[in-house]
Ligand binder design. Structure first.
Ligand code: TYM
Length: 388
């Protein structure tokens, strides 16, 4: 990977060159042709696709073929509960919710409590348990329906994944894991095995409902290394290769500093107060000129502006209005101050509403989504008798 930026499942730094990343990861771009097919099949386009925020894929064309010929596919996505969620973490879930409605299908959400315990030296069990509940509440506040959504919390539901995980682990050598994930002799052995746990939900649907003929994973592109290995193993265990649709990462608020849990000013957390949002956005990096006079004269650069990217990712539903904002910035008609004020207002309205919905999600309500309560374990394990 290039020097200027780094994208791994655990760390994203620098300014990501997304076109280059397509080549480096060996994924395919989401072409205009695929976008048109999507529109034709579903009759509409989610903004994440029309704006190419979900911009690359593996076998998304195969998924569209299957959907077109009436075959059933399920969705799989996830979250690692290492801290409170920021707005970037929510983004793939917002898109997943739209896909779930369009496909009218089941969704498996993996909460990798084990991964975060293994990866972070300084995070203990207690914090992981706390963040697991808190993050699940943030995710469910988006309105997923318990009737077709399963939550798999690894530390509490490993028995549902383990049959698949051992079949995957048996076929991944240490040299492959090292090459794909950059593991070293200092990596703990839990992390080396963990990839087979993240692979497991890519196949679980087939053992819960035999109507499924494919799995689609919406996530940001940082998770791709997992899928590269998972897809190779699929062939070996004679199950369909999971397909992916890859999103871009919402950039951090400060230039050159990644969105980081240890530097709270770099992102908007779902728990941020209105004052905190105001301060963070006010100090955010923009594509504007240093003075209003220069802005009016030369215009700004929305392509380089973090404030604009927040509108583009989550805070402007209308493609037309987004385009108007883009043009008004470029022509100098719109100033950074005006743009920031509007963004602060939209984020705070969104967060207020989000927290209102989150408050209603009780610990008991979460139980309805847990795979432990939805799928009988004994029967489930019997389904694996033919798995190699
Ligand atoms: P995690 O918790 O790091 O991230 C959760 C989801 O958010 C995406 N993401 C972002 N999207 C937009 N902007 C950002 N700045 C940003 N940062 C992270 C991630 O790609 C992910 O989609 N190991 C995983 C948990 C997991 C998973 C999965 C994720 C298990 N199975 C299947 C996706 C799909 C993790 O720690 O995600």
């Amino acid at each position: 990977m290039s020097e200027e930026y780094k994208v791994t499942p655990w760390e994203v730094t620098g300014e990501v060159d997304y076109e280059k990343l397509i080549r480096e990861f060996g994924v395919s771009p989401l072409t205009d042709d695929l976008v048109s097919r999507f529109r034709k099949i579903f009759g509409e386009l989610p903004s994440e696709i029309s704006r190419k925020l979900f911009y690359a894929h593996r076998d998304f064309d195969v998924i569209l073929d299957k959907v077109e010929s009436g075959k059933k596919i399920y969705l799989y996505t996830g979250r690692g509960p290492s801290g409170p969620m920021h707005i970037g973490h929510l983004f793939p879930f917002v898109f997943t919710k739209k896909l779930q409605t369009m496909l009218n299908t089941e969704l498996f959400i993996q909460i990798t409590s084990d991964e975060k315990f293994l990866y972070h030296r300084n995070i203990g069990r207690e914090e992981i348990f706390e963040y697991t509940i808190d993050n699940i509440k943030d995710i469910l506040a988006l309105g997923f329906d318990y009737k077709n959504t399963y939550i798999i919390d690894d530390l509490r539901a490993i028995q549902y994944l383990y049959q698949i995980a051992v079949s995957v682990a048996k076929r991944v050598t240490f040299s492959t894991a090292k090459a794909v994930f950059g593991f070293t002799h200092d990596t703990n052995i839990g992390m080396i095995f963990f990839m087979s746990i993240q692979a497991a939900p890519s196949f679980i649907g087939y053992f819960i409902n035999d109507k499924y003929e494919g799995c689609l994973i919406p996530a940001a592109i940082d998770q791709d290394p997992y899928w590269r290995v998972t897809r190779d193993i699929a062939t070996k265990i004679k199950l369909p290769k999971p397909a992916q649709i890859h999103g871009k990462l919402l950039p951090g608020l400060k230039k050159g500093i990644k969105m980081s849990a240890s530097i709270p000013e770099t992102s908007i957390y779902l728990s941020d107060s209105p004052e905190a949002v105001k301060k963070k956005i006010w100090e955010a990096y923009t594509g504007g000129q240093p003075t209003i006079e220069l802005q009016r004269k030369y215009g700004g650069d929305p392509d380089k502006c973090v404030v604009f990217s927040y509108f583009k990712f989550l805070f402007e539903d209308s493609d037309d209005k987004l385009r108007e904002r883009y043009e008004a910035c470029k022509s100098g008609e719109l100033t950074c101050g005006e743009c920031k004020r509007e963004l602060i207002d939209r984020i705070n309205k969104f967060l207020e509403e989000h927290r209102r919905r989150k408050e209603k999600i009780t610990d008991e309500y979460i139980e309805k989504y847990l795979i432990n309560n939805k799928v009988d374990l004994e029967n489930h394990i019997r389904q694996y008798k033919l798995l190699r």
